[in-house]
Design a protein around this ligand. Structure first.
Ligand code: GLP
Length: 239
């Protein structure tokens, strides 16, 4: 069952404090970072922790969860820009940060590069995920099959309506993402869910059925998932 918080602020504080405790136990943790609006406050709070206790972040490593295909790293809509400005640059993680290049000439080869890095440096210790309104995790989109490792993905209509890209005339036509096994091999997973638009997917998630047409449901197979949601995202009929 989820931990339900009054608002995104208290959810993010709980997440950031818990991540810091995990970092105390394993300072060289590999943290997988989702983009999007939900984890932003958690990242800001991690930066506050860093300013108070910089040594704790000396060995932290970060891997980017996913990226829109074709977007350059300085494009404000890119996951790269989001993570750089909220987390990576403020904590000075540049040298311990690995990320898909959204403009790599061969996205397939870019996925191989990330995958071989993860094979040597993984698994992920702390995986911070958001929930797509269609149940996606990263860009693991609903479908008849899911892919275990880093791959190029065809973006769903739902994903193309995400606030990061929906107003662009030049919408990305693919995404690159870590795969389901990469995520499920994480030691600790934080799924953060916020806002009324996530009520329906939350309801589906909480039904407990595991199905490739709702990728987040695979988190039911993992022993250490913290499902954190705010009151707005918590389905009314369960209150
Ligand atoms: C986007 C991103 C994911 C993110 C998810 C939820 O498509 N690719 O990394 O976790 O959708 O985003 P938000 O938190 O803005 O709802």
């Amino acid at each position: 069952m989820p931990l339900v918080f009054a608002d995104i602020e208290s959810l993010s504080r709980y997440a950031a404090d818990t991540i810091v405790e995990l970092l105390r136990v394993k300072p060289d943790s590999l943290l997988c970072a989702a983009s999007g609006s939900t984890p932003t406050r958690t990242y800001e709070l991690l930066v506050e922790h860093f300013l108070a206790e910089p040594d704790l972040f000396d060995q932290l490593r970060v891997i980017k969860l996913d990226e829109w295909g074709g977007l350059s790293s300085d494009d404000p809509a890119s996951c790269e820009h989001h993570l750089r400005t909220t987390l990576v640059d403020p904590i000075g993680l540049e040298k311990r940060y690995i990320a898909f290049d959204g403009r790599a000439p061969s996205p397939e080869r870019e996925c191989e590069r990330i995958q071989s890095w993860l094979a040597g440096q993984g698994p992920i210790d702390i995986c911070i995920l958001g929930l797509g309104v269609n149940g996606h995790l990263g860009f693991n989109e609903p479908g008849d099959a899911l892919w275990p490792h880093a791959h190029v993905t065809r973006l769903s209509e739902s994903s193309l309506q995400h606030a990061m890209v929906r107003d662009r005339p030049d919408k990305p036509d693919y995404g690159v993402t870590l795969g389901m096994a990469d995520l499920l091999q994480s030691r600790h997973i934080f799924l953060q869910v916020s806002g009324v638009s996530k009520r329906e997917p939350m309801e589906r998630l909480l039904s407990g059925a595991v199905c490739t047409h709702f990728p987040a449901s695979f988190l039911h197979l993992h022993p250490h998932v913290l499902l954190l949601c705010d009151a707005e995202a918590y389905p009314a009929e369960l209150e």
